[in-house]
Design a protein around this ligand. Structure first.
Ligand code: CO
Length: 583
């Protein structure tokens, strides 16, 4: 085979910080280095899509469309690449075809050239609409095989997928090893066989979590891989990718010499080394090598997100337990590859199984939809336990998006005259609640959140009433206090009145005569589905808690009448907090 320079896709602006810094890198930290990045001569620069869209509006008060446009202005020469989750676009559910078409067109509009499109279940009916739209726009389709390891996945299956993607008209074939599960031998076989089976260029995306990425890339190079993803060294390795500079240095004066300048890369790296310091609080604890990933099969980004979620719930000590629960849930759900959104669905379900202390006590809406086939065909049958949990609801066998009515008109109607741009409408279509909040704060400087009071106060002796209010708080602070081995939750209320009344729950009997339904998991109240006076039967859905970006149904623990509702939409609750009184 004629040796050509190996092409490099630099991923520092998307996957690298998604894997290592919980996707928190801001546009202001990308723009100063953009011109230098543009001079390197990368095959492409991955800078959009994946979790960046959601994070921009949810946490950074940034307009993701604006980010793409601003970067493009400074980088006219390097093709821009984004990660697109097929029918999920950059969200976590399937959107109707009209939304997907408009989203792709608008992405082209802001400068995206190469669309790496995947489906979490490798059900390619879910990428059809996106692929066709990219083709109509005249841009490049990179079709993905989401690589995973399971009793039902093997090389023959992957070759069939590669052929399918070629037949669909993909321009490039990507092996997307999002969890870093590839081994050198498998990489070599896979790339060799795919090259024999199809004519498309092959692009390798492999995470460094297990420390095998360098060896995998070497084997892929020997098998004739065309492009490889890497990250500038300061944001490489760990749960991210192999380092760009290592690959460039390692291939120097070989037939696959990348031709890229190490001096330029060094300057870029020095820049990001400084930037990284700003994001220390989001840095993943997994920084070196974890070979156990070959067993748990948890992608880099998923671990750092789960860590953050557990930390927010003050349950970081449960991380190992959750990591152990993930493969079990995955098996029960028919071995879906772990990649967004299945990684979130399975990760959240595993977290719930651990935090609630009982497997499948709470099933998220998304878990149920996945089991019903509404995300596409699962690779293997689901477990009996879960089949029983979904009852006799009908399974979906057609392309899931065929069941979705067009959504655009509703989006326009919802937003009315207030937000009429194509981009705002799309942002709203993807993340309605978050978008509305974001539109109100956009362009306004956001204060840094005040330091939280210490979450846990442990006292050895009976405690005096807690009167010290946290310095800068205007809301209430919750303290867990242990007295004679018994746990009490103490809520210190502070507010405009200046008074600091103290409410002690758990220790005091509930005011109403009924029995309280308590939160099985921490999160925020998404919807309250009942009102005082309603009759409920045990098992009825009383409210929905949003936790870890998933909606979880909370059902009545007993039959009776709703006597009082103690929470409202938007309230944050902790495990054990009383939600409603049923009597
Ligand atoms: Co990745």
């Amino acid at each position: 085979m004629a040796a050509a320079p190996l092409k490099i896709t630099e991923i520092v602006l998307r996957d690298a910080h998604q894997s290592l810094l919980a996707t928190r890198m801001r546009t202001e930290d990308m723009l100063p280095i953009a011109e230098k990045l543009d001079q390197v001569g990368f095959f492409s620069l991955e800078m959009w899509g994946g979790a960046t869209f959601d994070t921009c509006i949810r946490f950074l008060n940034e307009d993701p469309w604006e980010r793409a446009r601003a970067l493009k202005k400074k980088m006219p020469n390097t093709p821009f690449q984004m990660l697109l989750r097929g029918q999920n676009a950059v969200g976590y559910r399937h959107y109707a075809d009209d939304i997907i078409e408009r989203f792709v067109k608008q992405s082209v509009e802001v400068g995206i050239n190469i669309f790496r499109i995947f489906d979490a279940l490798n059900d390619f009916r879910n990428i059809e609409t996106a692929v066709k739209t990219v083709q109509r726009c005249g841009e490049t389709v990179e079709g993905c095989i989401s690589y995973t390891v399971s009793p039902v996945h093997n090389v023959e299956l992957y070759l069939k997928m590669a052929k399918q993607l070629e037949d669909m008209g993909a321009d490039i074939l990507c092996i997307k090893d999002m969890a870093g599960l590839l081994t050198p031998a498998v990489t070599k076989t896979l790339v060799t066989e795919i090259k024999k089976t199809i004519k498309l260029p092959v692009h390798l995306h492999t995470h460094a979590t297990t420390g095998l990425a360098g060896m995998n890339i070497q084997c892929a190079i020997e098998a004739g891989v065309d492009m490889v993803d890497t990250a500038i060294s300061t944001l490489s390795m760990g749960t991210s990718h192999y380092a760009t500079e290592c690959l460039v240095a390692g291939l120097k004066d070989t037939p696959r010499d990348t031709g890229l300048s190490l001096d330029l890369l060094e300057e870029i790296n020095d820049y990001f080394a400084e930037v990284k310091k700003k994001y220390a609080e989001f840095e993943s604890d997994f920084k070196s090598v974890d070979i156990s990933i070959l067993k748990s099969q948890i992608p880099g980004g998923m671990i750092s997100n789960m860590e953050n979620q557990l930390r927010e719930q003050n349950a970081i000590d449960k991380l190992d337990e959750v990591l152990e629960e993930v493969p079990r849930v995955r098996k029960d759900m028919g071995y879906p590859p772990l990649v967004t959104p299945t990684s979130q669905i399975i990760g959240s379900q595993a977290t719930l199984n651990v935090l609630t202390g009982e497997r499948y006590k709470v099933i998220t809406k998304e878990t149920r939809q996945c089991l019903l086939g509404n995300y596409g065909k699962l690779p293997a049958p689901i477990s009996e336990t879960l089949r029983e949990k979904i009852g006799d609801e009908e399974m979906t066998v057609c392309r899931p998006a065929d069941l979705l009515a067009p959504e655009w008109d509703t989006v326009c109607k919802d937003l009315g005259d207030e937000y009429t741009s194509e981009e705002d409408r799309l942002t709203y279509a993807l993340f309605p609640k978050v978008a509305l909040k974001f539109f109100k704060t956009r362009g306004k400087p956001q204060p840094k959140p005040a330091a939280k009071p210490s979450p846990a106060v442990t006292a050895a002796a009976p405690v005096a009433p807690v009167t010290a209010a946290p310095a800068a708080a205007s809301a209430s602070a919750v303290y867990k206090v242990r007295v004679d081995g018994k746990d009490y939750t103490v809520e210190v209320l502070t507010g405009e009145t200046g008074a600091a009344p103290v409410a002690v729950s758990s220790a005091a009997p509930a005011a109403a005569s009924g029995s309280p339904l308590t939160a099985p998991l921490p999160g925020s109240i998404f919807t309250v589905k009942c009102k005082a006076g309603d009759a409920v039967t045990k098992g009825d859905i009383v409210l929905i808690i949003e936790s870890m970006k998933m909606e979880s149904e909370v059902t009545a623990h007993q039959s009776g009448t709703i006597q009082s509702i103690l929470v409202k939409e938007g309230d944050n609750v902790q495990t054990g907090d009383e939600l409603v009184i049923i009597g």
